[in-house]
Design a protein around this ligand. Structure first.
Ligand SMILES: *[C@@H]1O[C@H](CO)[C@@H](O)[C@H](O)[C@H]1NC(C)=O
Ligand SMILES: *[C@@H]1O[C@H](CO)[C@@H](O)[C@H](O)[C@H]1NC(C)=O
Ligand SMILES: *[C@@H]1O[C@H](CO)[C@@H](O)[C@H](O)[C@H]1NC(C)=O
Ligand SMILES: *[C@@H]1O[C@H](CO)[C@@H](O)[C@H](O)[C@H]1NC(C)=O
Ligand SMILES: *[C@@H]1O[C@H](CO)[C@@H](O)[C@H](O)[C@H]1NC(C)=O
Length: 561
């Protein structure tokens, strides 16, 4: 029964062989009939390496299907077995028929002996599973069911990016992080990637709120399937009040690191079948442009050089920017499940590698060298931390990756000549005037209701388009909140009073736009306003943050660019 249901290892190997043939043969033709030159050969080697890793990934998916089949057939086998209370002879005779002739002869020769009856007993070995390490999962049938999933079911991509996020007391950088991850991708990269946002919270109201915010901000990427949002069932977590206190850490810290292990295990388990490579990220990071291609090329280069690796490390900090082959994720997931209450997640990664490659009897330097071969660092770093507040309450996170290098903190534009008045006090040399001239960004201290930044044009101009971007890469929260863009026309707009008088302020300015949740204010000004003498940004609420203007662009004609 079992044999007829599941494919034999031999047939599986044949299957993969055929798959390999279909893929490789065209390339062999390509090699034979093209002029051999170094670059095309290199490309070929890389392409083959790429396919090798992809094959590993497909093989791992295939294997998990096989596992399902096996479980099913074991179940059927058990059902078809004789009840243990009856006599054992019927099972012996049926098993007896399948034996090799020499063995049959031997058994016949041993007739009457108890030892002859030990062949093919109806006993199945039970190996420990996740439930052994996480027994609480058995208490609730929904423990491994997702509590929330927003997904278009994208699968088979090159790169899966895992972004765990938790509720934060202070600043939340998730939206800025996602914006940055998406902005850093080309269209092709976005088409071959998947960003999985794991909301590691059991408060469904909060999960829905995050999902809603993501959809409102990135509707096209939810639609295209690039972005997914999921959350675990509350029963997935153990009782955090009953954890073992380990390593002499405070209960709060034990709880925090234990949950992180379980969160990573969940996110990795979900992501494992979605693509060839998996990269662990966090919700408060910045990425270098075209990071996906850089990571992919590095992985393929290592594979094509036959350098075995377990982790490719694209950031020096914690667990950020660590890349794995999806096919090898089960190693990590199982390790996390075994020791989730014992060590922090980044130590476990190190321990796993130690266990894999270090010789206990040799010295530490050799161990380090062996580990470095399997855990390869890439420079410069592709990811950087933003934000100063870690999600562990009260712990200020100042760790920055020195290998990341500088990021552009503002983008200069040329603007019409204007007299500038800043109603918000600036910090250090970051004045509004210098920002307007494109020399730096403006950095103002705590905006208050009524504060104004006024640009009074030396000669009135028809404002065609304006663009203000607040916040920057290092300080994404330093945005303008509840702030309007207002213009002062030379002549009172007669048509306007007819359309929407509510946009008119008491001092003759007209509200034409406002800063959105991404911290951007942009728009056009109706031609009917004629020439404009001044444009201002007008703050309406108290802010908990300072405010940065990293781009200022006022256009008096729609430029060619
Ligand atoms: C059947 O097998 C069990 C052990 O597997 C043994 O204890 C029992 O005596 C056997 N019964 C007969 C009738 O051989
Ligand atoms: C069967 O047992 C007898 C006596 O123990 C031995 O001489 C003979 O070689 C055995 N035959 C086989 C096929 O094992
Ligand atoms: C995206 O990928 C799919 C399948 O790999 C391909 O058919 C499609 O043309 C790609 N689209 C773009 C815009 O690259
Ligand atoms: C009125 O102000 C709002 C922003 O508060 C803006 O979206 C709208 O375009 C303005 N109307 C006109 C006619 O400028
Ligand atoms: C913006 O400020 C005004 C005036 O203080 C206030 O009435 C309004 O609720 C604020 N809007 C938001 C979204 O905070």
């Amino acid at each position: 029964m079992a044999l007829s249901l599941s494919m034999s290892p031999l047939r599986r190997r044949h299957c993969l062989l055929v798959l390999g043939f279909v893929v490789f043969v065209p390339f062999c033709f390509f090699v034979l009939f093209s002029v051999p030159d170094v670059t095309s050969e290199q490309i070929l080697v890389q392409r083959i390496a790429e396919l090798q890793v992809k094959l590993q990934y497909l093989d791992s998916i295939y294997r998990s299907r096989q596992e399902d089949l096996r479980k099913l057939s074991e179940h059927i086998d058990l059902l078809s077995m004789p009840p243990s209370s009856g006599d054992n002879t019927s099972f012996i005779t049926s098993a007896f028929l399948e034996l090799r002739p020499e063995i049959k002869q031997m058994i016949k020769n041993m007739s009457g002996m108890a030892a002859a009856q030990g062949v093919n007993p109806p006993v199945m070995l039970r190996m420990p599973s996740s439930y052994h390490f996480l027994p609480h999962l058995l208490d609730d049938p929904t423990s491994l069911r997702l509590a929330y999933l927003l997904s278009k079911g994208r699968i088979g991509v090159s790169m899966v990016l895992g972004v765990p996020t938790v509720k934060r007391e202070k600043q939340n950088y998730l939206m800025d992080t996602l914006q940055n991850l998406i902005d850093g991708m080309t269209i092709e990269e976005a088409n071959d990637s998947l960003i999985v946002v794991f909301v590691a919270e059991t408060d469904l109201e909060y999960v829905l709120q995050v999902a809603k915010e993501i959809e409102l901000r990135f509707p096209s990427y939810i639609e295209s399937g690039l972005l997914e949002v999921l959350a675990p069932s509350a029963a997935y977590y153990p009782d955090f009040e009953k954890l073992k206190i380990t390593l002499g850490d405070s209960p709060e810290r034990v709880k925090w690191r234990t949950k992180q292990n379980l969160d990573f295990a969940f996110l990795m388990s979900y992501s494992q079948s979605k693509g060839t490579f998996y990269v662990q990220l966090e919700d408060d990071i910045l990425a270098r442009h075209q990071y996906v291609t850089e990571m992919r090329n590095f992985a393929i280069e290592k594979t094509s050089k036959k350098e075995p690796w377990f982790v490719l490390d694209f950031c020096q900090l914690g667990f950020i920017g660590k890349m794995f082959k999806s096919a090898e994720l089960p190693w990590l997931i199982t390790f996390f499940q075994m020791f989730y209450n014992d060590k922090p997640v980044d130590w476990l990664l190190d321990h796993l590698l130690y266990t894999k490659v270090c010789n206990y009897e040799k010295n530490n330097d050799i161990c380090k060298r062996e580990k470095a071969k399997m855990w390869i660092h890439y420079k410069p770093s592709l990811f950087q931390h933003i934000g100063t507040h870690s999600s562990l309450k009260g712990k200020v996170q100042k760790l920055k990756d020195k290998q990341f290098g500088k990021v552009a903190l503002f983008f200069p534009h040329s603007n019409p000549e204007a007299e500038i008045t800043a109603g918000i006090k600036h910090y250090k040399q970051y004045t509004l005037k210098r920002a307007y001239l494109g020399e730096t960004f403006f950095w103002g201290l705590l905006p208050q209701p009524g504060d104004q930044l006024v640009f009074k044009f030396l000669t009135p101009i028809p404002v065609k388009r304006y663009y203000f971007k607040s916040g920057n890469a290092e300080h994404p929260s330093d945005k303008f909140y509840n702030t309007t863009v207002e213009v002062l026309p030379v002549e009172a707009p007669s048509f306007f009073s007819l359309t929407s008088a509510s946009n008119l302020t008491s001092d003759g300015y007209v509200i034409v736009g406002k800063f959105d949740s991404a911290g951007i204010a942009t728009g056009t000004v109706d031609d009917n306003f004629g020439k404009i003498q001044a444009l201002r940004l007008h703050v309406h609420s108290d802010s908990e943050n300072w405010a940065i203007l990293s781009e200022i662009h006022i256009q008096d004609e729609l430029a060619t660019r």
